[in-house]
Design a protein around this ligand. Sequence first.
Ligand code: FES
Length: 86
Amino acid sequence: MIHIKITPDQAKIIDSEIGILAIYKDKDLNTYILDGKCTHKGCVLHWNNAERIWECPCHGSIFDYKGNVIRTPTINKLENTGNDNF
Ligand code: FES
């Protein structure tokens, strides 16, 4: 289990023992824990807090906080690694 403090409506990239994770906690305290590497070529994602999306700095793929693809070139959603309370 990972113990990380994330305040509501915030996100973090975590380099953990199980890999790089992209974690977002919404205003209702639901936590979304995704693979933090882009499904196109594996670059580490960046969080855009204004739009609440994960952006890839390499080729421009964009994912929503649930990991769904918003913009290509990737076609695969981010893997959901679990759901937990932080
Ligand atoms: S590695 Fe993310 S868009 Fe290419």
